[in-house]
Write a protein that binds this ligand. Sequence first.
Ligand SMILES: *Cc1c(COP(=O)(O)O)cnc(C)c1O
Length: 222
Amino acid sequence: MSLTERLQEVKTSIPEDVTLVAVSKTHPAEMIREAYDAGQRIFGENRPQELREKYPLLPPDIRWHMIGHLQTNKVKYIAPFVELIHSVDSDRLLAVIDREAARNDRTIDVLFEVHVAMEETKSGWAPEELRSYLAGGAWRTYGNVRIRGLMAVASQTDDDARIRAEFTAVHGLFREFREAYFGAGFDTLSMGMTHDYPIAVECGATMVRIGSRIFGERDYRK
Ligand SMILES: *Cc1c(COP(=O)(O)O)cnc(C)c1O
């Protein structure tokens, strides 16, 4: 099957009101171009330097999303053009995104990453931690970021019940915070990858991040 066919297959497998982020990390610009020519416009990358290098090689109407852990000193590489940062995991990072957005005369959309997976290596806020951060209100002082929702990565497991429980918990937080603080502009729930996106969609995801099912396996040795 060609990349274009795989992309079509993924698109028909998700509801129309769920946004597809094609995760192109590690793959070359030519492959992204092929997906672009097949109609895809939103692409996700997890390394700021890689994104900064790909950006000028590809059409300007691509909407680039940062989905990976972001160090504060790398925000400047992507602040001029990034559409949505999924992986805000600290107030410090949010403050830097706000500052770099202002420097570029922009407002940058962001999601808070929530940690619900079993693996300790994954980044993000523990639910309780995010709850008290939001209650504290520091986020209200940032004028150049727009907080649009939550992002989560589920545990790497074949236990569908476990994955479902994690996504359901994140959906509960999403509704709770929308009602308590943000209202209708808090409209993005980013969850679901190649192996678990059908479950994520059932649990209320509005955005899925799919890489290998579209682009094939990644080769990290390159
Ligand atoms: C790599 C990555 C994805 C896509 O993973 P696939 O399993 O290839 O679909 C989604 N989200 C995040 C945060 C990632 O790092």
